[in-house]
Unconditional design. Structure first.
Length: 234
């Protein structure tokens, strides 16, 4: 059975890797991307839509039987970039849940979302609390298959460089072997491997809600190489 994908966050680090993989995957007859700005990329199976996530409605999603059986959520920002905690919550939680809800109403059956290691609605850390709240709301939508991916530090080149990320990436790579036992979920993961794991998880088509961490990424995606991303910023 052919599938169609709905992707948000395609201009980000993980989302860009997801986009290329989905376009190369023969199981997907169509890949629809919702973005704030044009992608700057063309492909016969790609439909890119410029939207206002704050005002997103059913008309912004593709229609028809193949309107989006699989949803991939890779939206994310930082409090510094967003400008405030509430603006951060709007992107990482509300926008993600809004897309997931509309897609579910349109008939989507499977969803994979990037969250964060340590996510939990009861967390004392605001960032992790927002991620936990997002997970709870997406779970309540009742998808047949729901996959939450909880990475720690994500390795890769970001188009918009965030302060300190170069140093953080180097430190994370050096310290990774020391993160053993209960600390293994905190090991860094390359963006390409995380994206490949997300696609592989939905390909399994297993009903239920699952939380995926570092060891799951390795099992789902044995050492995939990063792929070149041609999408523009946005």
């Amino acid at each position: 059975m052919t599938r169609s994908a709905l992707l948000v966050g395609a201009t980000g680090l993980v989302g860009g890797q997801l986009l290329v993989r989905l376009l190369r995957d023969p199981r997907y007859e169509r890949v629809t991307v919702l973005a704030r700005r044009p992608l700057g990329l063309e492909h016969p199976r790609l439909e890119a839509r410029v939207v206002d996530f704050a005002k997103l409605g059913a008309d912004d999603l593709p229609s028809g039987p193949g309107g989006g059986t699989d949803v991939y959520g890779a939206l994310g920002t930082t409090i510094r970039q967003a400008g405030s905690q509430e603006a951060f919550r709007e992107v990482d939680q509300h926008h993600t849940v809004r897309v997931a809800g509309l897609a579910r109403e349109a008939g989507a059956e499977r969803i994979a979302v990037v969250s964060s290691v340590g996510a939990g609605s009861g967390s004392r850390a605001f960032y992790l609390r927002v991620k936990g709240d997002m997970e709870a709301e997406v779970t309540a939508l009742g998808y047949r298959q729901t996959e939450f991916f909880r990475p720690s530090f994500i390795l890769g080149h970001r188009p918009s460089h965030r302060r300190g990320e170069g140093l953080g990436s180097s430190a994370a790579t050096v310290l990774a072997p020391l993160l053993a036992g209960p600390a293994r979920p905190y090991r860094p993961v390359p963006a390409g491997r995380l994206a490949a794991a997300m696609v592989a998880a939905l390909a399994e088509d297993r009903a239920g809600v699952r939380v995926r961490t570092y060891d799951d990424f390795l099992a789902l995606a044995p050492e995939p190489a990063a792929v070149a991303v041609a999408a523009g910023k946005g």
